[in-house]
Design a binder for this molecule. Structure first.
Ligand code: UDP
Length: 385
């Protein structure tokens, strides 16, 4: 049955990061719903292709380029635009049954708009509200608004739930819905895939995420400097104002003389193919991750995973049973783990089979869509009583 609720999905960015890929799944089949974006970008087109009517704010601010460490002085000229967006948002929200904020910035504005619109508000919180990621004032503002205005807060992991509660968020608001993915392995050998994609033969490892300091691509590069003959793919681009970090990574590669072994592929739309072509998928984040879609993508593709032991990763990888864990920010430990996996890949066969079963059982797309669909229905029904 087609969902009948008219949902207004709100996102601050026009770019497609991990949170937006989830949104694109959540909106499937919701032709009566709309999306409100703060800025232009590829996300608007992708949402329209899924049948939603898309409203892009006239005040497009480039808020996605405003990073958490940006000076608040930079925010001052934005203040007028923010107020205008909030008014616009409140007006559009009135025509819907439920408002669904898909990012932290979207939630803050939607919560204020809700003072006027008075519609049940869901916050899909894709971030981990820990001191590593947000300042004290930001955390306090977010949980204050959530406690006051959110009907439900969806988080993808227990780690993200714990951070929300630690910051003062109400436990009863939380609904843990793990991200779900539907990626089928491609029926091609690693060798064939490498040829098709123009990738080098021999030992090849990869990291697949937007370029950002806390995603830790620099740690992988440092580890590769310790592993002669191993090539690395750095897949992803600086989506949210991290261009300086992207430039630093290229400098680091040049300084270490790794230009012929480290390959920057930029943002790609064929991650499942690339991932299945590498010998190891590395997830080197130095700060806790709220989830980590690429972990599940690798598990489904039966590719060995080495991830840092923080945030949701130990949970997803079942503390090492479904993938290897190393301490965050430790290039030497990462190099040793990579060396172990690359030298004796056969040892991992049972782990790979287990990881793929675990991913299918716990992180399926169907399960995520069912939970979120039910939640939207309940929130609407609750508001109607
Ligand atoms: N991704 C992509 N193209 C790229 C790099 C990454 O499509 O060039 C995808 C990746 O496959 C994953 C998502 O972006 O599905 C990143 O999600 P994750 O949870 O790992 O990180 P986030 O960006 O949400 O912090």
């Amino acid at each position: 049955m087609m969902p009948r609720e008219r949902v207004l999905f709100v996102d601050h960015t026009g770019q497609i990061g991990g949170a937006e890929l989830i949104l694109l799944d959540v909106v499937q089949g919701r032709n009566d719903s709309s999306a409100f974006l703060f800025e232009q970008g590829p996300l608007a087109k992708a949402l329209a292709e899924r049948g939603l009517s898309v409203i892009t704010s006239r005040w497009g601010l480039g808020l996605s380029q405003f990073r958490r460490d940006s000076s608040w002085l930079k925010a001052l000229p934005l203040a007028g635009g923010l107020a205008a967006i909030t008014v616009e948002l409140a007006r559009v929200a009135r025509r819907h049954d439920v408002v669904y904020a898909n990012s932290q910035k979207a939630f803050v504005l939607a919560a204020v708009a809700n003072l006027f619109a008075r519609k049940p508000l869901i916050w899909h919180l894709h971030d981990i509200i820990s001191p590593a990621h947000f300042g004290a004032l930001q955390r306090r503002t977010q949980v204050f608004l959530a406690n006051r205005f959110a009907a439900k807060v969806i988080v993808p992991s227990e780690a993200a739930a714990a951070a929300f509660i630690d910051a003062g968020g109400r436990r009863s608001l939380i609904e843990v819905v793990p991200n779900g993915l539907a990626v089928e392995p491609v029926p091609m050998s690693r060798h064939e895939l490498r040829q098709r994609l123009g990738l080098p033969p021999g030992a090849l490892v990869g990291v697949f995420s937007r370029l950002a300091q806390w995603k830790g691509q620099h740690v992988l590069i440092e580890a590769l400097a310790r592993l002669p003959n191993v090539h690395g793919l750095i897949v992803g681009d600086a989506l949210f104002g991290e261009q300086d970090y992207a430039a630093e990574l290229r400098r680091q590669v040049a300084d270490l003389g790794l230009g012929d072994r480290v390959h920057f592929l930029g943002h790609r739309g064929d991650v499942p193919l690339l991932m299945q072509a590498v010998d190891v998928m590395v997830h080197p984040s130095i700060d806790p991750e709220p989830f980590g879609r690429t972990l599940v993508e690798a598990m489904l593709a039966r590719v060995p995973v080495i991830a840092t032991d923080a945030g949701a990763a130990p949970d997803i990888l079942e503390h090492g049973r479904a993938g290897m864990l190393v301490p965050p920010g430790d290039a030497r430990a990462l190099a040793e783990a990579l060396d172990a996996v690359l030298t004796e890949p056969a040892i991992l066969e049972p782990q790979l089979a287990y990881a793929s079963r675990r991913a299918r059982a716990h992180y399926s797309l169907g399960r995520m869509l069912e939970s979120i669909g039910l939640l939207i229905r309940n929130v609407r029904a609750g508001a109607a009583v």
